[in-house]
Design a protein around this ligand. Structure first.
Ligand code: ZN
Length: 192
């Protein structure tokens, strides 16, 4: 398995930049989409929102392109998440007849904060998959499974969107841990 084709630039909206994607051009075969947004809010360095997610996306693209897996992988860097939140919709439209072949989408956002806890949320999925993810999470003492709600809505403090969101608050170890559980989940998904 390897990358085929050059990165493509997709025009998304006249006023919005672009979504870049690199695709394994293995059509009509089950596929896992891995994604992270690369924009951030004004007046923040954006280290954990979402420089860290993007760095893990790129690291996984490098690592997983050398692995033999029983599925295709697609790596997508989304723009315009913070203010428009529309590139994912454009992506879905762009998928066309390939959409049914996407068995899962894994999004990386806000990971690797030194003082934070890496969390995993299954936004939607079958019960057996939910249980399988919980089992994977149990193997990582630094990671928590949480329900699909924004922690900020529960008063949990967060560096995101502040001037504190800088690289000195990012832990390389936590990024490696996040990458590792994503690889485990991908391997789990290839059994479905
Ligand atoms: Zn974000």
């Amino acid at each position: 398995m390897g990358f085929q084709g050059a990165p493509t630039r997709t025009d998304t909206h006249r006023h919005v930049p672009f979504a870049y994607k690199i695709t394994f051009q293995n059509k009509n075969f089950k596929r896992i989409a891995l994604c992270a947004h690369y924009d951030t809010t004004i007046d923040t360095p954006g280290a954990s929102d979402n420089g860290s997610g993007l760095s893990v996306l790129l690291g996984l693209a490098d690592f997983l392109s050398k692995k033999e897996l029983d599925c295709s992988l697609e790596f997508i860097a989304f723009s315009a998440e913070e203010y428009y939140g529309m590139c994912d919709e454009i992506y879905i439209r762009h998928c066309g007849d390939q959409l049914p072949y996407i068995i899962a989408a894994i999004n990386m956002d806000g990971i690797g904060q030194k003082l934070g806890t890496t969390t995993v949320t299954v936004a939607k999925g079958s019960e057996p998959f939910r249980i399988a993810v919980k089992e994977q999470v149990k193997r990582y003492p630094g990671i928590l499974c949480v329900p699909p709600i924004a922690l900020s809505s529960k008063g949990v403090p967060n560096l995101a969107h502040s001037h504190w969101d800088s690289i000195e608050w990012i832990s390389e170890t936590k990024l490696m841990e996040a990458a590792s559980i994503i690889i485990d989940i991908i391997e789990e998904l290839t059994h479905y």
